[in-house]
Ligand binder design. Structure first.
Ligand code: CA
Length: 231
């Protein structure tokens, strides 16, 4: 008996222990899971039957997980792909997203987090998902419900306030927002804070955007405030 409401998932992972754990864990979360140990087997599995979602380890024997993403996208397979990478493979993570993966998770990860990410990817992939509160402005993509912000598909690691600030900019692209307005919108009635706090947090957000490769997205308008510039 298989209550596969979660969707059909293909796991591509050469590490038996991880594969078994993911198989079992995702089964409990309602996914119908099958797994293969390498990219070549994944390509034939996908050709036989298109999964709803794929989980792809970066470090595979032979063809890497990143090459696999590129191959699949080249074959017009638009199945959402979540890549798994080791902590020291930052470059691979970015490469994976550039190769067409939709999200990534760093090992070791919790199955709950994996399942949550998978549900989110499936929701995004299903157009009938209903009213999701997603903001997109230029390369920015912000899911207000899940509180996930990405730029060019690179996930930003933001604190609560940084997220709120970036979301406010994304909701008002091209509009100059004064420090006072930002305080109202982001800090609410917490008016003990100095307007300097806005500059400080804009600085934090800029640095995170820049480290994700987005330069000069938030401009300072002298004597007025800040504006999100999108092409
Ligand atoms: Ca591996």
């Amino acid at each position: 008996m298989n209550s596969a409401d979660g969707g059909r998932v293909l796991v591509v992972e050469d590490d038996d222990a991880v594969r078994t754990a993911v198989d079992r864990g995702l089964g409990v979360h309602g996914f119908d899971v099958s797994s293969v140990p390498d990219a070549e087997s994944a390509l034939s599995a996908v050709a036989r039957r298109r999964p709803d979602l794929m989980i792809v380890d970066v470090g595979l024997p032979g063809m890497s997980g990143i090459e696999l993403c590129t191959r699949l996208r080249g074959l017009d397979v638009d199945t959402p792909i979540l890549i798994l990478s080791a902590r020291d493979q930052v470059g691979d993570r970015v490469g994976g997203l550039q190769a067409g993966a939709d999200d990534y998770l760093v090992k070791p990860f919790s199955l709950d987090e994996l399942a949550a990410r998978m549900h989110a990817l499936l929701r995004r992939a299903r157009p009938s998902g209903g009213a999701t509160s997603v903001l997109s402005a230029g390369p920015l993509w912000i899911d207000l419900d899940r509180r996930v912000a990405t730029i060019d598909k690179i996930r930003l690691d933001l604190s609560r306030r940084e997220f709120d600030l970036l979301a406010t900019f994304a909701a008002n692209p091209g509009i100059v927002l004064s420090r006072i307005r930002l305080l109202e919108l982001v800090w609410g009635y917490d008016f003990d804070v100095d307007t300097n706090v806005v500059d400080v947090f804009v600085g934090y957000v800029r640095r995170k955007l820049e480290s994700a490769g987005a330069l000069k997205l938030i401009d300072t308008v002298r004597g007025v405030g800040f504006v999100l510039r999108i092409a």
